[in-house]
Every structure is written in C-alpha cells, then in structure tokens.
Ligand binder design. Structure first.
Ligand code: DGL
Length: 283
C-alpha cells in the first residue's frame, strides 16, 4: 500500500493499493437518486473518468433510519462497488457520511471519501458572521456530525441545525418550485431567517431546491456539498497520480436495488439527459 498524501480530511480514509491504475472507475453510492447531484458534479469536474453509480433504491430513505442500519447498508454498498474495481469510493449520501465514515476507517481496500468535510470547509471559508446553518435529513441532524466538524475547525462558530424531512419526497416527485415547496421552505427555514449568512445543503437532494431556498433566504450563501466534493475527488486523484486524462468518451454504469425504470426517468430530470438503463442487483 502507498500512503495517501492528503491527510487533513476527516471524512477521507484509506490508501490506494499499489496496483491501482488511473483507468479504474470512480465508485459513487447513495441511498437512491439524490447522489446523482454528486455524480453530475464529478462528471463535470472529471470528464474522462469512468464512473460506477450505485443507488440503493430498494432500501431508501436512509434519512430516517438508525445508525446500525445505515452502517450495515453502507458497508454492503461499498463491498458491491469494490467488486466493480473502483479506485475510490465517494459516499454521496450525507446520512451515510454522517454515521458510517468513522467506522469505515481503513477497513476497505480503497479510500473512501464522504461529503461532510468538503461542505464544512467551504462554509467556513465563506461565512463572515460565523453563524452557519445546516439543513439535512433527520438522521444526519441527529448525528450532529456537521456541527461537530464545524466546531472542530472553529469553536466560535454558532451552528443552527434543522432537519427538513419533506424536502426529499418533494424532490423525488420532481417538484422543485411552486406553492408546496415555498410552504415547506417557509416551515423549515423560518427559524434560520436573519440568523445565518451561510447555509449548508447537507443532503443530496437539497441542491435541487436551491432556487426556492435562495429566494427565501436572500443573500445567504448556499453550500452545495456536491460541487465541493467533486473538486476534492479531483485533487485526491491528481495528488496520487490516479487521474484519468485519456481523452475519450468515458463509461458510466448505473446499478440500483429496485425500480430501474423510475430511476432512469428521475435521472433524466436530475441530470437533464438520458442515462443507460440501470442494472438491478442485490447486495
Ligand atoms: N441521500 C440522503 C442524504 O443525503 C437523502 C435521501 C435519504 O434519506 O435516503 O442524506
């Protein structure tokens, strides 16, 4: 094994095996569709990488499940991606990243990167008042992982956390704007209005509600972890000479545990393009 050069990510663990080639794909997993926001950004930042995306559509949502269950599901998902010979696993799901990453520390044969620290670092960089909001699923908020990461970096930060459980089903239904979204945004974000200057969108689905959220919290920086994590993936691969720069059309494979047709339909809304038909697998 060779040592990973980047050491200051608290949600990045493991080392690249010596035999790893830059031609191996990047693996991404999420509880379902939401991780496509991370897929989309990784695709943009790393246009020549092959990507294997795994969505655990049979067992979602993770955001209301217990720590033990989330850890078990997440471990199974990573083991599946390892069979696809990925060079790096990106845990796109914030709920999995919140609970399972410490447990994943150095137990897999390739490095595992979560989405929490990338968003935290960006929020700390942008915030001028050190009053930062975090919105996420119930389980992510209950884990207090974002809060801990923020305070570990800067103990003077005041963190306002809010679970927004209705945001996920709205996005899953393809409802991103309009009266119902505005009502949910008002209900959840009322308590943050005027208090924070930066808001971390701590859930895969929330970047799709950016228009509604920024309309409500005018002037507040919205942190899209997906974008930040894609830059981090790029940096990690570059620093370890594992970036695939061969100019060609890369391969994108999709795997789900249920409902491939629905996944494909929603993927078209998320990515604004067609994807190849996902294969259904059991993990
Ligand atoms: N992917 C989850 C997350 O980012 C949201 C959807 C779910 O609850 O499974 O936390």
């Amino acid at each position: 094994m060779i040592a990973v050069i980047i050491k200051d990510y608290s949600d990045f663990f493991g080392s690249f095996p010596k035999f790893m080639s830059n031609k191996n794909p990047i693996g991404i997993f999420d509880s379902g569709l939401g991780g496509l926001t991370v897929f989309r950004e990784i695709e943009r930042a790393l246009p020549y990488e092959d990507i294997v995306y795994f969505g655990d559509t049979a067992r979602l949502p993770y955001g209301s499940k217990s720590k033990d269950t989330i850890m078990r599901f997440s471990t199974e998902n990573i083991l599946f991606l390892l069979k696809k010979k990925v060079k790096l696993v990106v845990v796109a799901c914030n709920t999995s990243s919140s609970f399972a990453l410490d447990y994943f520390k150095n137990i897999f044969t390739v490095p595992v990167l979560g989405v929490i620290k990338a968003g935290v670092d960006k929020a700390l960089k942008l915030s001028k008042t050190q009053r930062i909001g975090v919105i996420a699923t119930k389980s992510t908020i209950a884990s207090a992982r974002y809060k801990k990461e923020l305070l570990d970096c800067d103990k003077n930060v005041i963190v306002y956390s809010k679970a927004c459980p209705l945001f996920v089903p709205l996005v899953e239904e393809g409802v991103f704007t309009g009266k119902i979204v505005d009502g949910a945004v008002n209900m959840y974000l009322k308590s943050l209005k005027g208090k924070v200057d930066t808001l971390i969108l701590g859930c895969t689905h929330y970047p799709l509600l950016k228009t509604a959220i920024s309309g409500y919290l005018k002037g507040v920086y919205l942190i899209d972890s997906a974008k930040e994590v894609s830059l981090r993936v790029r940096m990690i691969l570059e620093e370890n000479n594992l970036l695939n720069n061969t100019k060609r059309k890369p391969k994108k494979e999709f795997y789900v545990t249920d409902k491939p047709r629905e996944f494909m339909k929603s993927a078209k809304i998320f990515l604004k393009k067609e994807i190849s038909r996902p294969k259904v697998v059991n993990v």
